[in-house]
Design a binder for this molecule. Structure first.
Ligand code: FAD
Ligand code: DLZ
Length: 518
């Protein structure tokens, strides 16, 4: 550890709110010539209407990380959102700090978001001191790895990418073949939750963030959703994150894949890991999560079926890295895609869950209560409805980016605009993820007791998903009929008599014209 401070070597290193990686080489030794800065800025809090739990989680985790590295002996500047000297944007604060402390070098880690990447690149062009960008040392892949893998292709199949990753990193492999002889165990997974099945209560933390909450309210930072700030439930530091991983492995992993697509009334996270926030802010790494899960399998393969392990590894090694690759392949421009030219407004009830559709009511209520919904709720309930109802993808993105604790653009927009809204015309999904009530009923108990009737396509009590589903197919026939994977649905539609078809379209139009009161 160097104790002398040389002004000519004086370096400022920026840490973004999602760069809380204590295992980064930057922290392997202390250096008095290096100062770290973390900043809570209104440019980041105000670009979307965030859930209050997301704001609290980001700020509390950033504050805790700053304290941790300071205790290790690093020099740290921390700008709180209500500090008088805070200029409220990354670039203005950095310029001010360089001026004040005469830093001679500026360094930052690769941001995960294109917008922030551009802000910092533009800033570096303006600075009169030297600057350097380094890896965040978090992901398995580099930003450009997917682009290189699919060079010359116009379809980027996740399955191809996933197999490449399994082989490259020797994960769940037997030589060059997949362990257990298959790449995919989806057929064994994805069951409905049996009646009377009891899921153990999730591990919830109880952090007291009352003071921070009061300060946010006082500062008028706009936000949505509810919270009990004196018992904040999300992991805020590395210790919490590791504990949550332990809980997942012991209590959820044995049933993860099996009930991965299940949905149930009053069960907000089922067997999901709820690790996405900790992962996305880099409190925990994808490598250690995967290693822990595989280790658990080898320790007790009699309790944990291989299908569960493969299902989970696919999410992190496959989907997560794949989405990051797609993001850097497609940005900028992805944020403007609108394949179906959807222009409808998001119904008001997405913000207050006041809808009679029980599935949407449940998924939105828990999103407002916990800043969390699991994948199939995001895809097949809120996303499915938005797509069938022709909502403008900009509005859909704003909602997803604001409401979820784990929402950072690189992983939000690819999932929302790409996977869920098919706004990229099928770059990453081979067909739109849409369904009528029958899928929702198959995978959940939401339809029982709902105001609407899952079996009806027309009439005042007909489940809106039914007519909207067929209407979507009819309206978008030109864009979708050439897709082989849609042909079965079109042949079912074509077999309906014309009167039935007309009645369904009329019903859908009625619902679309009254979407806000559904
Ligand atoms: P688990 O079900 O336990 O899965 C484990 C981990 O796998 C997750 O923590 C996550 O890191 C990774 N993972 C799983 N599915 C995906 C996926 N499709 N893409 C990327 N990583 C995945 N995930 C985000 O992290 N941030 C988002 O903003 C986000 N927005 C989404 C929007 C829509 C419309 C959809 C359909 C999905 C979105 N996802 C997003 C992906 C996924 O729904 C969440 O990662 C998951 O629900 C987080 O909960 P969990 O940690 O309990 O996940
Ligand atoms: C999401 C978020 C919020 C709400 N606030 C901050 C902040 O004040 N300071 C910060 O450094 N980061 C914040 N973030 C995360 C960023 O908006 C952004 O998504 C990531 O840093 C991009 O990689």
């Amino acid at each position: 550890m160097s104790k002398t401070k040389d002004v000519t070597k004086n370096t400022l290193r920026l840490l973004l709110g999602d760069q809380l990686n204590i295992n980064h080489t930057w922290f392997s030794q202390t250096d008095d010539n290096v100062t770290y800065v973390l900043m809570e800025v209104r440019s980041e809090t105000d670009y979307v209407n965030h859930h209050i739990q997301k704001l609290l989680a980001f700020f509390a985790a950033m504050r805790s990380f700053a304290k941790e590295i300071e205790q290790l002996g690093h020099r740290v500047i921390y700008l709180k959102f209500n500090d008088k000297s805070n200029k409220q944007s990354f670039n203005q604060n950095i310029i001010q700090l360089i001026d004040k402390y005469k830093f001679a070098h500026f360094q930052y880690m690769e941001p995960d978001e294109y917008r922030v990447d551009k802000i910092l690149k533009d800033l570096c062009k303006e600075l009169t001191i030297t600057s350097k960008i380094v890896s965040s040392e978090h992901f398995y892949t580099s930003r450009s790895e997917l682009t290189e893998l699919f060079k010359g292709k116009n379809k980027f199949l996740m399955e191809t990418f996933y197999r490449y990753m399994r082989k490259k990193h020797s994960i769940l492999m037997d030589g060059d073949q997949p362990l257990k002889g298959r790449w995919n165990f989806d057929a064994e997974n994805r069951k409905k939750l049996p009646k009377q099945h009891k899921v153990k209560s999730p591990l919830l933390f109880k952090h007291n963030l009352s003071d921070l909450y009061q300060d946010i309210v006082k500062s008028n930072i706009k936000h949505i959703g509810g919270v009990n700030p004196s018992e904040f439930i999300w992991p805020l530091n590395r210790k919490d994150s590791l504990q949550l991983l332990e809980f997942f492995v012991s209590d959820c992993l044995p049933s993860f894949g099996l009930y991965q697509d299940a949905m149930a009334l009053n069960q907000w996270s089922l067997y999901h890991s709820r690790l996405s926030f900790a992962l996305n802010v880099k409190l925990i790494s994808p490598h250690e999560v995967i290693e822990k899960v595989i280790e658990a399998y080898y320790k007790s393969s009699e309790n944990i079926d291989f299908a569960q392990i493969e299902g989970f590894v696919r999410q992190i090694l496959g989907w997560r890295e794949y989405m990051r690759g797609i993001y850097w392949n497609q940005m900028p421009g992805y944020e403007n895609l609108n394949f179906f030219n959807h222009q409808n407004k998001l119904p008001e009830w997405y913000w207050n869950n006041e809808t009679k559709m029980q599935c949407l009511n449940q998924a939105i209520k828990q999103s407002l209560d916990f800043a969390y919904a699991h994948h199939i709720q995001r895809l097949m309930i809120t996303g499915n409805f938005a797509l069938l109802a022709g909502i403008n993808p900009n509005e859909v993105d704003q909602w997803y980016l604001g409401i979820y604790i784990d929402a950072i653009e690189w992983v939000e927009i690819t999932n929302t605009r790409g996977m869920s809204q098919f706004a990229d015309g099928g770059l990453l999904a081979t067909k739109p993820y849409i369904s009528s009530a029958s899928y929702i009923d198959k995978m959940s108990d939401y339809c029982a007791g709902c105001f609407y009737n899952k079996n009806l396509k027309t009439g005042d009590r007909a489940c809106p998903f039914n007519s909207l589903y067929w209407n979507f197919l009819a309206v978008n026939r030109k864009l979708l009929a050439t897709n082989q994977r849609m042909s079965m649905m079109y042949s079912v539609w074509d077999k309906m008599d014309i009167n039935t078809q007309q009645a369904i379209i009329k019903q859908a139009e009625k619902y679309l014209n009254n979407m806000h009161s559904l």
